[in-house]
Design a protein around this ligand. Structure first.
Ligand code: ZN
Ligand code: ZN
Length: 224
């Protein structure tokens, strides 16, 4: 676990990150990592000086099992409100199966079996999430309902999710094989360069501090 800015932590769960945000009335979690990791998340939350019971809201970037793995368990244990984009709700709620559009996804699916969870608030596009100070930015392509989240604190913290990834401080495209529409995903990631933020954190890849907006501009220029 690593502190990103005051009141924001990155929790590594295997190869994926979840992010914890301290707000006025408790905690917000962005994504929930792999299946069967609710205990690990609870432990990480205690190390920040909080308790799992303080969890009020879970913001979902998208429907993939490495991000919604422990969602059902956490919602059950805490009663936290689950927020996701309408276009990913059917998969998260288990009304539709995970689309497995690449052989690599079909290969790993049996190991990532995930309990479905109700979604309490469906987002329709850019705009409020229901949590003051956190705005949704619809970034479709990786999944139809992929959302990034912008926290209005410390000059702006962008929770990119899998809209893009980062390596050696460079913003890169998420792997094509896991994206439903890779071309649309590139356009969505390029749009993030128009936002204002000082830190970008990712579902996979190291957080970018130090002018992340220009890293996104470089990315947009490379993919024009
Ligand atoms: Zn994903
Ligand atoms: Zn992912």
């Amino acid at each position: 676990m690593r502190r990103i800015v005051d009141g924001v932590w990155e929790i590594g769960i295997g190869y994926v990150h979840a992010h914890l945000i301290e707000v006025d009335d408790g905690l917000v979690l962005v994504d929930t990592g792999l299946p069967r990791k609710a205990g690990k998340l609870a432990l990480a939350i205690r190390r920040t000086g909080h308790d799992l019971a303080d969890l009020r809201t879970i913001l979902m970037t998208h429907q993939h099992p490495d991000h919604m793995g422990s969602l059902a368990a956490l919602r059950q244990r805490t009663g936290a409100q689950v927020v996701a984009h309408r276009q990913d709700v059917a998969v998260i709620a288990g009304e539709r199966p995970q689309p497995l559009h690449h052989w690599a996804m079909r290969l790993t699916a049996p190991f990532l079996r995930t309990d479905p969870s109700p979604v309490d608030r469906a987002l329709d596009g850019d705009g409020p999430t229901g949590v003051p100070g956190i705005t949704a930015v619809h970034t479709p392509g990786h999944t139809p309902g992929h959302v990034s989240f912008l926290l209005d604190r410390a000059g702006g913290v962008l929770f990119v999710g899998d809209a893009a990834t980062a390596m050696f401080g460079r913003v890169r495209a998420s792997p094509k094989m896991t994206s439903a529409d890779p071309a649309l995903a590139l356009r969505s990631a390029a749009r993030l360069a128009e936002l204002d933020f000082q830190v970008a954190v990712f579902g996979h890849g190291k957080a970018v501090t130090g002018d992340p907006v220009s890293r996104f501009r470089d990315f947009a220029a490379r993919h024009r």
